[in-house]
Design a protein around this ligand. Structure first.
Ligand SMILES: Cc1cc2nc3c(=O)[nH]c(=O)nc-3n(C[C@H](O)[C@H](O)[C@H](O)COP(=O)(O)O)c2cc1C
Length: 211
């Protein structure tokens, strides 16, 4: 499949806690027939979090997609965060949407400040200037005033602020249940609704009727 036959999505991964969120998103994007290409940019601290939280350590960055997804994948291309001249650094390159997951307060600040001093921040800046979809799966708690102001700034520039806050009304039993439903909501924001996304039907139905 070529990019003209499917969506091109950039996934940025930073050093906020939640490497499992990046892993779940990449697995679904890799398996999604509507997606032709995924460009993956991981910050230095993002690599550290993959190691710390998931035990994923790649001797060569090119091994990352297979290690993260557990599959042999040709759809996910790793780009160096230092390479501000990569394809996704230019608005002329047809990226459909970008998600930063998880998104640290540091990278949120870089995006809100338009610093563009690494590939991830530049790619996000480009997505905003081109009027494309940018979803920021921010994670920290509690937030200070600087975080909140940066969120507002990014949102006013067009980003979707999608904190890594799971829902509970679908009655999750495991961490994977929590993660899966949050990731479905994130992908829906990227224009890729998932079949397995839980939909609240109101409280008129009992559990037995739902089954
Ligand atoms: C184990 C660990 C967990 C962290 N969790 C968070 C977090 O949840 N949110 C956050 O904003 N920063 C967190 N940090 C701090 C960021 O990694 C740090 O600010 C880093 O400079 C962010 O850089 P990056 O956005 O380029 O990855 C964490 C750091 C470590 C080592």
């Amino acid at each position: 499949m070529t990019p003209s036959e499917g969506k091109v999505v950039t996934v940025g991964v930073t050093g906020a806690s939640g490497a499992i969120l990046a892993q779940a998103a990449l697995r679904l994007l890799d398996a999604d027939p509507r997606v032709a290409q995924v460009h993956l940019v991981v910050t230095e601290t993002g690599l550290r979090l993959f190691a710390h939280e998931l035990g994923i350590v790649a001797a060569d960055p090119k091994q990352l997609p297979a290690l993260i997804t557990g599959m042999r994948t040709t759809k996910i291309e790793v780009l160096s965060n230092k390479d501000v001249g990569a394809s996704i650094a230019s608005g002329s390159y047809p990226v459909d949407a970008m998600v930063v997951i998880p998104c640290s307060m540091g990278t949120l600040a870089a995006i809100a400040g338009g610093t563009s001093d690494d590939l991830l921040a530049r790619a996000a800046d480009v997505v905003l200037k081109e009027g494309r979809r940018l979803v920021l799966a921010i994670r920290d708690t509690p937030f200070n005033r600087i975080h909140l102001e940066n969120m507002l700034r990014a949102q006013q520039a067009g980003a979707v602020i999608m904190p890594a806050i799971p829902s509970y009304y679908h009655q999750p039993k495991t961490i994977d249940d929590l993660v899966a439903q949050y990731i479905c909501r994130v992908l829906a924001q990227l224009g890729l609704p998932q079949q397995q996304q839980y939909q609240w039907k109101g409280q008129g139905k009992s559990k037995a009727q739902e089954a």
